[in-house]
Design a protein around this ligand. Sequence first.
Ligand SMILES: O=C[C@H](O)COP(=O)(O)O
Length: 318
Amino acid sequence: MTQNPDFKRNTAVGLDLGWVNHLKVNRNAADRRAASLAARRTVKKEYQAAWLIKAVQCIDLTTLAGDDTPGRVERLCKKAMRPLRADLMQALGLSNLSTGAVCVYHEMIQPAAQVLQGRLPIAAVSTAFPAGLSSMETKLREIELSVAAGATEIDIVITRQHVLTGNWQALYDEMVAYRQACGEAHVKAILATGDLITLENVAKASWVCMMAGADFIKTSTGKEGVNATIPVSLVMVRAIREYYEQTGFMVGYKPAGGVSTAKSALQYLTVMKEELGNEWLEPHLFRIGASSLLTDIERQIEHFVTGSYSAAHRHAQP
Ligand SMILES: O=C[C@H](O)COP(=O)(O)O
């Protein structure tokens, strides 16, 4: 996930229940800050194009559908390796561009690996995605099988009932076990924030997963009623910032689910830049989990290059 040999991967630091139990979140303040961030920073023209290229590099290009086929995954992987049309790449003076990774179900790891040949990371969703309600034994085995099949990133789903019942020890223990089962593969902890009811629960779950060694914290599976939002993102990235201040470990952030427009991608980049700084705007610390976002980004870049929009259907869907 990271090319930097000096990068210090997060490891379990122990569960500090006193800290977790005292976490508080002011919902109104988070909403106000979210609204002001969206309104305050707008980027135009070549700056916008540069930010959109950055967004492309941070996409986990995703297909997580019951009717996925090796053919669809093959197209997704080809798109991930060449996310923009050749004429747009040429106009922008770019020779190399790819998304951060592809993200698929376990059964699609092998078809993805055949196309990618190690050129891009494969993230696999795991632990009985999206509900997470299989036995622990099954979930750990699933992780091991996905790593053995070639996934270098594992997106696990947490057990929501541990959060909803305040059983932080159980959440910590499962996250430690998932991290261990991943071995060298990096682990993204999906909190399914739309199921967690309060922002305080989101903050606490973020902290517990980081204390247990998560490499990334991720908002959603894309299957909850409410997926990534800016207020939830503010709570999660502030937890990442404080965790870094306390431990020195840099944990990544992945908003996922419903991020389908270039405009919304720019908002998430803004949150990262304003709250965490430029260091967190790289693919080893920031990903956007999205299935259709790339289509809109390519359209906006085409508009920047040619001055006009083409219909979305003219852009190859992954
Ligand atoms: O993790 C990624 C999400 O499942 C993708 O959600 P989306 O299809 O709404 O972009």
